[in-house]
Design a protein. Sequence first.
Length: 208
Amino acid sequence: MPEPAIHVDHVWKKFRKGQLEDSLRDLIPAMCAKLVGRVPRESKNEFWALRDVTFEVQQGESIGIIGPNGAGKSTLLKLLSRIIRPNRGSYKVNGRLSALIEVGAGFHQDLTGRENIYLNGAILGMARKEIRGKEEAIIDFAGVEEFIDTPVKRYSSGMKARLGFAVAAHMEPDVLLVDEVLSVGDARFRQKCINHMNKLIRSNVTVV
């Protein structure tokens, strides 16, 4: 029996609430406040975004993770993308992973759309030769031909989302992780993305 595409085993992830003291200027007043008992204990400043999560996704399966705001959906996807690490438990993703977690993630605002295709593609693990061979298809899919040599800081959020999805989709992954970023696109582009994801699913790509 083949290994599952994704295996998550009793994963817990904790974050801290409130302000983090990341400089000496912030740290000294915070230490004084703790000494006089003006702040709650550290345990009260922490919360578990994920608690004892276990599941498997088989190769070629497509699943949706649903829940209200704050349920931990994006945290789980960021963990599978190796952006963050769990406090407890373990996970494994088998195969080539592509993730579209946040609009414009991995983009440099001062670089052009074309330059960011190469930057973002490299971050996702694509070779320069592979990116060059797919460059025109990515630009065409994103529908930003007129602005491809313009810095992305002048792009709308929808344009960034389209370009980001186009790069991720043309990576030809074994596992594709997609967060709610496509909600910023117009209806026509969302349908285009759905059609492309259906094509990936039919080609045995695992989609979460």
